[in-house]
Each structure stands twice: as C-alpha cells, then as structure tokens.
Ligand binder design. Structure first.
Ligand SMILES: Cc1ncc(COP(=O)(O)O)c(C=O)c1O
Length: 302
C-alpha cells in the first residue's frame, strides 16, 4: 500500500497559536526536542467529530511536560479551542489528533532552561501503522521483547514523553521482523507490563486482571475499560502479574486510544508460548467501549 508521507499532505496544522498550511508546519534541525527528547505528546481519537476524553488527554499532556520540567504554553481552554480549530479546519469526522510540545532552538546542550516551548496539534486519519482489521478480529500475535519498561527512577515513566518510545519502536520492529503484530514488554522486575502503545488485560475466571501502572502509562482507555467493567459488576484486580500467569488467562486484550480494545491471540517468548481465543469478555469490553465512544453497536452484548 502506498502511503502519502506525513509531511506532504493537504490540510491545516495548529502551530504555536494559529493554523498553518500542512506543509509549512516545520521546525529547525537545531531544536532541543529533536536532539535531547525534551518533547511530550498525546494521541487522541476523534469519533464523530469529537475527541474522546479530551480533558483527560490535555491534562496528561500538561502533566507530562511538567514532569520533564516545562509548561505547555496553553491552558486547558486554549487546548480545547485549538483542538476544535483543527477538527473544524480539516473536517475531521473520524481520526487521530496528535498534540505535541517541545523545547525549541534558543539553547543547544543538555541544559535547556532558556528554550522557548512550542506546541502543535496535527492529525491523521489512516491506521496503516496500527493493527490490521484481520489481526484485530483473530487476536493479534505478540512477541516478548528483550526491552523492558524502565524503573521509575531511570526514566519519566508517567510522562507520555517521546524519549520513552525509542525502546517501543525497537521492540516493535523486532517483533514485526519475526512476523508478529506487536511486542509484549515486561517491566524491569520481570512482571507483565504492556504492549508498545497499549495497556494489557488478562481475563482469569471471569475477572479482569491488569498490571499496576507504576512504571508505564495508566492509559485513559485502560481507566475507561476498568470503569465500564466495574459498572457491569465485573471484578477488576490491579496488581503485579508475573508472566507465568498468562497460563491461567482465558482471554487477553490490549487497550489504547489507537488500539481501542484489541484482543490478543498469541504471546510467544522465553516466558512461554500462550494462545488465547477472543471470547465473551473481549467482545463485551469492545462493545461497551464502542458504545462509550459513541459508535453504533449491534445489540449482541449480554
Ligand atoms: C506505551 C503506551 N502505553 C499505553 C498507552 C495507552 O494509553 P491511552 O489509553 O491513554 O491511549 C499508550 C497510548 O497512548 C502508550 O503509548
């Protein structure tokens, strides 16, 4: 499939306070964010012209920046207005909005106190970089990564910071090179952590079990799904989960703004080989989530 490069498209990007023509949304090569990863971002889904959980995403963006030691140069209201402008200018009905904030060019070097903070909101509507519909239907195939989620005292693990995605890309590329859809990452203690862009849930005896997010993002989709499950009276246990417990799981799924609720069909690695068939719980959580974001859902749910 041929893809139009992301820097060569029609449309508008919100950049430092105003909409600019897509191809003019550039930055200089000497930008601190590019060299030293002083950069935070969000990934938001637009459903029927509206971002799902916009405030939660904007709060996380502002908090991610604070963790890295800078302020996003926009209030919650400013961010909401900018998002609205991007959606309207581009006529987005379904898509993915990408806010990003980074340190600029006033200072190059590890110290960056004098840099100006930039903010942009871009978007895209194609999902070619994510899981295929076929993989999602059968359950995706995951390969255990040799990269671990870092300990909280070695990286800003609660920030959605670009630097943390370096290991995600390496992990994902390795998995893809071996024919898998995604990598499963353990944490530095050897406990189950997450995928390269989505949180992990196990279904054990009709209950949901999910790793405590103490060294990776407590995803907004994860929190939404936990709320939806609890509303159905399904018990949710957030705890440390060792990989061997995958043997007890009847179903496994991932959650994320891009991944939504994606069933996992297989996990392979030194931790063992496990197969899962997407069943009732995956379907229920997919349907509840789809309803929550405003999709039309066939009335098949229990
Ligand atoms: C590494 C990682 N974990 C988890 C998530 C899920 O977070 P959310 O549901 O807020 O999109 C994401 C996506 O943002 C991610 O990139």
């Amino acid at each position: 499939m041929s893809m139009i490069p992301f820097d060569d498209r029609d449309g508008f990007i919100w950049y430092d306070g105003r909409l600019v023509a897509w191809r003019d949304a550039n930055l200089h090569v000497l930008s601190h964010g590019l060299h030293y990863a002083s950069c935070v971002f969000e990934g938001e889904r637009v459903y029927n012209g509206t971002v799902f959980c916009l405030d939660e995403h904007n709060e996380r963006l502002r908090n991610s920046a604070r963790i890295l030691g800078f302020e996003v140069p926009a209030s919650m209201d400013d961010l909401a207005r900018a998002t609205e402008e991007v959606i309207r200018a581009n006529n987005i009905v379904e898509g993915y909005v990408r806010p990003i904030a980074w340190r600029g060019s006033e200072q190059m070097g590890v110290s960056a106190q004098a840099t100006k903070i930039h903010l942009a909101l871009a978007w895209w509507g194609d999902w070619t970089s994510y899981f295929s519909p076929e993989a999602r239907a059968k359950g995706i195939r995951m390969r255990q990564s040799r990269w671990s989620r870092p300990a909280p005292n070695t990286a800003p693990v609660h920030a959605k910071a670009t630097g943390l995605y370096m290991i995600c890309t390496m992990a994902k590329h390795e998995a893809e090179a071996q024919g898998f859809d995604d990598a499963l990452m353990l944490d530095w203690r050897g406990q189950l952590a997450e995928g390269t862009g989505a949180n992990l849930f196990l279904v054990i005896n009709g209950e949901l079990h999910t790793p405590t997010p103490d060294c990776f993002l407590n995803g907004i989709t994860r929190q939404t799904v936990i709320g939806l499950a609890k509303r159905r009276g399904i018990k949710v246990d957030e705890r440390a989960i060792m990989p061997e417990e995958l043997a007890k799981a009847d179903e496994v799924f991932l959650t994320g703004s891009a991944a939504e609720v994606t069933p996992v069909g297989e996990i392979v690695g030194d931790i063992g080989n496990y197969r899962f068939t997407p069943g009732t719980m995956c379907r229920l959580m997919q349907e509840d989530f789809d309803r929550a974001v405003g999709k039309k859902v066939a009335a098949t749910a229990a």
